[in-house]
Design a protein around this ligand. Structure first.
Ligand code: ATP
Ligand code: MG
Length: 386
């Protein structure tokens, strides 16, 4: 018995002239996801077929490929000669003992003696007599038994259908700098943007020694999880300890978060310019905490020179974000109790609606350029996967 894995893709077919490019990037991403497993990927028509792997690897391959953005669904199939007896024997191996089913034939090889409808009836009829506990339901069957008769003289027989991650292949929508804290929100924001095809580089700010090494390890773990979806991710780790100390010393307490956010934006854009990125991505959601107001966003947008700031979670409730964090596997890590920099020097009453002119006036007490240069000089870069 020979097993293969079928990969169907999503919106790529919508892309007209760019289709070739999207498919090329998607194929590269599939290859990356299978690194370390012997395999071959073929592209007969409208989907990808993986074979040439060792026995027992099909499930792992299917699981990995279902996570690649752009994948619509994945099936593990049996490949048999396109012969009625061989096909039926394969159907018997995957058919359930009871419940409702339908047979769904797809015939690419028009020379096959039966057409799709005849094939459905023939296979379904035999199955009904061999498995008396089964019933046909063409509208809403519990099991769909698919028979794909290919042009190369083989047939694929399968019933499994694993839902894919959806979205667009990473690498088809530019590059963004993800402000990655250790919290729940920013990994979800990164996931959503990567799903639209964007390559991400993370930027994490810490206040070591006010924050500990565990906080950093937690963020590295989040980056590792995201890299599992994107095929790899670089993370820039930047200390803002001196910046926070200077703000604390020279500016009104309640402006700490507002001013720090402006530093984060500037530093992210500068690293992004070097990295060939085109935008900044944050996990902000309107009204979620005191600093996430439209005035707060105005204040931080004002220092970004060229990049748009994407905030994919802006209209999400916390409960919706938590649900997604659980689904993508970042939640458990995000809730580990290690502080990132924002909680150090946290003011009792942060500014809710910062006035840009006042913020700029307070910031004039700082040597902004020197502080940024110092932070950039100490930045470290870690790479995950890819
Ligand atoms: P999160 O759950 O992502 O930490 P949050 O609800 O804690 O978000 P804030 O602390 O206001 O919200 O942060 C808003 C956004 O600013 C974060 O989603 C993240 O994109 C960015 N950010 C905050 N702190 C850091 C940090 N230490 N390093 C990098 N980015 C940060
Ligand atoms: Mg946070």
């Amino acid at each position: 018995m020979k097993q293969v894995v079928i990969v169907r893709y999503c919106e790529i077919h919508l892309k007209g002239k760019n289709r070739g490019y999207f498919e090329k990037v998607f194929l590269e991403n599939l290859e990356k996801a299978l690194r370390g497993i012997r395999h071959e990927i073929h592209r007969p028509s409208g989907r990808y077929i993986v074979d040439g792997f060792d026995e027992g690897c099909a499930e792992e391959i299917a699981a990995r490929l279902s996570k690649v953005f752009g994948t619509h669904s994945v099936s593990v199939a049996e490949q048999v000669p396109a012969d009625m007896e061989e096909i039926y024997a394969a159907v018997l191996r995957i058919a359930p003992a009871e419940g409702t089913f339908k047979v769904q034939t797809n015939r690419a090889d028009k020379h096959f003696p039966l057409d799709s409808m005849q094939m459905n009836a023939a296979v379904g009829g035999r199955l009904l007599s061999d498995r008396p506990q089964l019933r046909v339901d063409v509208r809403a069957p519990q099991h769909v038994l698919s028979v794909d008769i290919r042009e190369d003289g083989t047939a694929l027989v399968f019933s499994s259908l694993i839902k894919g991650a959806g979205g667009m292949p990473v690498g088809t929508a530019g590059k963004g700098m993800l402000l990655l804290s250790g919290g729940i929100d920013s990994p979800v924001a990164g996931y959503m943007i990567a799903k639209r095809g964007m390559v991400l580089e993370g930027v994490h700010f810490h206040s070591y020694p006010y924050t500990n090494m565990q906080a950093r390890e937690k963020v590295e773990e989040l980056a590792r999880i995201l890299a599992g979806y994107t095929g790899g991710m670089r993370l820039h780790v930047v200390s803002v300890t001196h910046i926070q100390e200077e703000i604390h010393r020279r500016c009104p307490d309640e402006m700490m978060i507002t001013l720090l956010r402006r530093f984060m934006m500037r530093i992210a854009e500068r690293i992004g310019n070097e990295a060939g990125a085109q935008c900044i991505v944050t996990g902000e959601s309107l009204g979620q905490v005191a600093s996430q107001t439209v005035e707060g966003m105005t204040s931080s947008n004002a220092v970004v020179e060229r990049f748009p700031v994407l905030r994919p979670l802006v209209g999400f409730d916390k409960t919706e974000i938590i649900e997604r964090a659980r689904a993508i596997g970042t939640y458990e890590t995000s809730v580990l109790p290690f502080e990132d920099c924002c909680t150090v020097f946290l003011p009792k009453h942060p500014l809710i609606r910062p006035d840009l002119a006042k913020v700029e006036k307070a910031e004039a007490q700082l040597d902004v350029e020197a502080l940024i240069a110092e932070a950039l000089a100490g930045a470290e870069t870690v790479t995950f996967g890819g």
